[in-house]
Write a protein of this length. Structure first.
Ligand code: FE2
Length: 304
C-alpha cells in the first residue's frame, strides 16, 4: 500500500505530564496528587517506571495506575509495581478488569512478558518482575472522572475499536490526553491502524479524541505531540485507517469474501516482500486477521 511517509516531532514532557520513552516503553506519568501512571509497559520496564516515579514525584503514596487496555505490552509491569507500592491502586475498564483475572489471558500476558525478561536478564539484576493476575480497584467507563487533589480531574473517555473497552484519559485543565492505541501508532513514518475489534468504533474513537481539541496527546509507543501536530496526527490516523480499510475491501472483493486469501495476499505484500520487520510474522498475521474480519463485519453492516 502506498502511504506517504509522515514526520512528527515528539516531546517527552508537557505541563506536568511525562512520557517515559517510546517503542516498547509505553509508560507516562502525571505528577498530580496522587500521581498517576499510565500503561506501565512490559514487565522488564517495571524497575525503570519505579525509578522515574520516585524521581519525578514527591511521593508514590496512593499512586493510581491507569490502563488504556489490557494488551501485554501496556499492562505487563503493573504486577511488579503493585507489589512494590502497596498503596497503589489500579484503574481500568470492566473489560480489561475481566481479562486481567482470566487465567488463560494472565498466562498469555505472563508468557509474552517473560520473552522480554529473558532477553534482558542482565538488566533485571535478579529483580522479580513476573506478571500475575491483577485486581482492578477503579472500574472505569465513559464519562467517569478520577478526582485528584486540589480539584483536579482526569476524565475517562471510552475509545474502543483497537480492543473492547479501550480507554483514553484526558486532563481538561492542562489539555493533555493519554490515548493508548486508540489512534494507532507511528512506526517508521507510517501510522498503523490496529482496529482489532471494530473498524467503525476505531474511526469514531479518533473523532472523539479530535473533538476534545486536546492541546497535547500522548501516544504510548512514541511520546507526546503538542500544538498543530495533534490535529494533524489525528487527521492522518483516520486517513490511514480508511486507506487500509479500502485496501482490505478491494481484496475481499477480489477473493469473493475469502478472508484467508486476503490475509495471505496482504502478508505477501506487506510482510514477506520486506526485509526488515518490527513485528514477528505470527503476531503480524494474527493482527491482520482481526483487521480483515473487522472490515468484513463493517461491510456487512453497509448492506453490500
Ligand atoms: Fe494494544
Amino acid at each position: 500500500m502506498n502511504q506517504k511517509k509522515l514526520s512528527f516531532e515528539f516531546t517527552h514532557k508537557f505541563e506536568d505530564f511525562i512520557s517515559l520513552g517510546g517503542g516498547h516503553v509505553t509508560a507516562a506519568i502525571c505528577t498530580s496528587l496522587p500521581p498517576m501512571l499510565f500503561d506501565p509497559g512490559v514487565s522488564v520496564f517495571g524497575p525503570l517506571c519505579l525509578k522515574e516515579l520516585r524521581a519525578c514525584t514527591s511521593s508514590t503514596e496512593n499512586l493510581i495506575i491507569a490502563l488504556s487496555h489490557s494488551h501485554f505490552d501496556h499492562c505487563g509491569a503493573t504486577a511488579y509495581l503493585l507489589r512494590k507500592i502497596p498503596s497503589a491502586r489500579l484503574a481500568a475498564s470492566q473489560h480489561a478488569a475481566d481479562v486481567l483475572q482470566r487465567p488463560n489471558a494472565v498466562e498469555l500476558i505472563r508468557t509474552l512478558n517473560a520473552e522480554y525478561e529473558k532477553s534482558m536478564e542482565a538488566d533485571l539484576a535478579s529483580e522479580d518482575v513476573t506478571f500475575e493476575a491483577l485486581q482492578v480497584t477503579y472500574i472505569l467507563k465513559d464519562g467517569d472522572c478520577i478526582e485528584l487533589d486540589n480539584g483536579r480531574v482526569c476524565r475517562v473517555i471510552e475509545t474502543t475499536g483497537h480492543t473492547r473497552g479501550s480507554l483514553s484519559y484526558y486532563f481538561p485543565d492542562t489539555g493533555i490526553a493519554f490515548i493508548g492505541d486508540a489512534a494507532g501508532a507511528l512506526e517508521q513514518g507510517f501510522i498503523h491502524s490496529p482496529y482489532l475489534v471494530s473498524y467503525e468504533n476505531y474511526i469514531s474513537s479518533i473523532e472523539k479524541i479530535r473533538d476534545l481539541q486536546p492541546r497535547a496527546i500522548c501516544l504510548p509507543h512514541s511520546g507526546i505531540l503538542a500544538g498543530e501536530d495533534v490535529q494533524r496526527y489525528l487527521f492522518e490516523a483516520a486517513a490511514a485507517a480508511v486507506a487500509y480499510k479500502d485496501m482490505i475491501e478491494k481484496y475481499l472483493e477480489l477473493y469473493k469474501g475469502d478472508q484467508k486469501k486476503v490475509v495471505e495476499r496482504i502478508t505477501q505484500e506487506e510482510y514477506d516482500a520486506q526485509s526488515r520487520h518490527i513485528q514477528n510474522r505470527q503476531p503480524f498475521i494474527l493482527n491482520l486477521r482481526a483487521k480483515v474480519n473487522a472490515v468484513d463485519e463493517w461491510l456487512a453492516t453497509q448492506n453490500r
